[in-house]
Design a binder for this molecule. Structure first.
Ligand SMILES: [Zn+2]
Ligand SMILES: [Zn+2]
Length: 168
């Protein structure tokens, strides 16, 4: 299940739902998340604390796994930013769309590329909720993305070693 956090656009959520469902070969639902992110906002960093939102998502009542999709910049204390984060115990993950757009880097918008990146990040965090760690195969969706170049290089799919570990 995908949940928009804050004011993530409805049409983006629908496209991501279709993208993620296509990889997992199962229906993905979107459901209202929470719109008020101020509890996680750090005015000094002008970013949102990822772990706080993830904990709130993990506690919310639901069936199955959930990934929150936030259109704000996320961080954890020792890093400048994070693309996403997941918690295997609660079966919850969170991704940030903020740094996935070409515009963020002063480039021309590319909607298809943006959606592809976001889909990969969501699938990656879902993989973590299934207990998967990072994969050494740089084409596998579970490969760690240090930068967007890594994200763009990898596929939206699990490699043959990771795939059997996903049990729906
Ligand atoms: Zn990861
Ligand atoms: Zn893999």
């Amino acid at each position: 299940m995908l949940k928009p956090l804050g004011d993530t656009a409805h049409e983006i959520m629908e496209k991501l739902r279709d993208g993620v469902g296509g990889v997992f070969h199962c229906p993905v639902e979107t459901e209202a998340g929470f719109s008020d992110l101020t509890q996680a906002y750090n005015p000094e960093r002008r970013q949102y604390l990822s772990s706080k939102l993830l904990a709130a998502l993990g506690k919310a009542e639901r069936q199955g796994r959930v990934v929150g999709v936030a259109d704000v910049d996320l961080y954890v204390p020792r890093l400048n930013f994070v693309f996403g984060e997941a918690d295997v115990l609660s079966g919850a993950g969170i991704v940030s769309l903020y740094r996935l757009r070409q515009e963020y880097y002063g480039l021309a918008p590319d909607e298809a590329l943006f959606l592809e990146r976001a889909t990969k990040e969501i699938i990656h965090e879902l993989g973590h909720t299934f207990g998967l760690g990072h994969c050494p195969n740089n084409r596998c969706v579970m490969h760690f993305s240090n930068s967007l170049a890594d994200t763009d290089l990898k596929d939206a799919h699990f490699c043959s070693k990771c795939r059997p570990k996903i049990i729906l």
